[in-house]
Write a protein that binds this ligand. Sequence first.
Ligand code: NAD
Ligand code: LMR
Length: 328
Amino acid sequence: MVKAVVAGAAGGIGQPLSLLLKASPYIDHLSLYDVVNTPGVATDLSHISSVAKIDGFLPKDDGLKKALTGADIVVIPAGIPRKPGMTRDDLFKINAGIVKGLIEGIAETCPDAYILVISNPVNSTVPIAAEVLKKAGKFNPQKLFGVTTLDVVRAETFVAELSGEKDPAKTVIPVIGGHSGETIVPLFSLAKPSVKIPEDKLDALTKRVQFGGDEVVAAKDGAGSATLSMAYAGFRFAEKLLKAAKGESGIVEPTFVYLPGVPGGDAIAKETGLEYFSVPVELGKKGAEKAHNIIGQANEYEKKLLKACYEGLGGNISKGVEFVANPP
Ligand code: NAD
Ligand code: LMR
């Protein structure tokens, strides 16, 4: 029996993500939690003839605890999204507290669950989650993941637009670092099978992956940020993790992890000078079973991108750690 929980389930990401999870054969029980509208969303999804049993909870009557009880995997897209002119860091003020509260609930009720953090700024909310879990004595770094899959999905899509490849997902493109602007580093030189990016297109392609979120925010014109593509990406990562947990081997996906707690992560932490970083991670029953250090294989162009990434990401991480150490 696998129980999945979505926290923030009534939102722009939460609803389509819950739909995909409800339809997944890897999930037997899906609980939805949000501060509004979960009874409606759960009732709507309950009419779908898939195997997963579904229920929905609000904060009243100990709803968070009820939703989280027995959870094997908790996906968190709770929190406000950007509007034009905002950075992801501008979301910190509100979303830091939301993520902290939800992780406290997880630490108390289902500390052994895989935790997938979507809420922005991911570069800071994942360190917040880790610090809250550490404080509660419940931190298992192999089970905490910042979801950066949308960056990978974008890289696959934009490269296929250039290469003409019919099925974009057939090309594996590692995207590493963090999840905002210049902290997002696509390594096109390591694509498998290899892709030839014309030199005059490389800067624009790199920027499009790094700032793909802004493209959606601008197009939505005040109505939020990526929701449907994020639901797809979040589901893709969650399902890969569940498949790996069931024993399927060879599943590797980039994700933002606490490096010192993941096998293979120490060397990457040393090289980057950072404790958190997204790298291709081998998934398995334990969660993050091996972090792959591919940084040394980056070409000169990508090494320059990595330098800018390290500079920005360090501050984002410290901000999250500090938020829990010295609450405002
Ligand atoms: P949204 O406003 O449509 O939905 C957010 C939901 O969270 C709402 O239903 C709200 O009621 C709920 N919520 C607020 N406080 C809560 C709490 N304490 N507990 C439970 N639920 C709570 O926003 P969205 O478009 O779905 O985006 C959600 C978050 O995901 C944003 O922070 C956004 O920046 C982020 N995001 C991340 C990625 C990524 O790649 N990691 C991609 C897209 C969006
Ligand atoms: C994205 O990459 O689309 C998300 O992080 C949302 C945003 O604020 O851009």
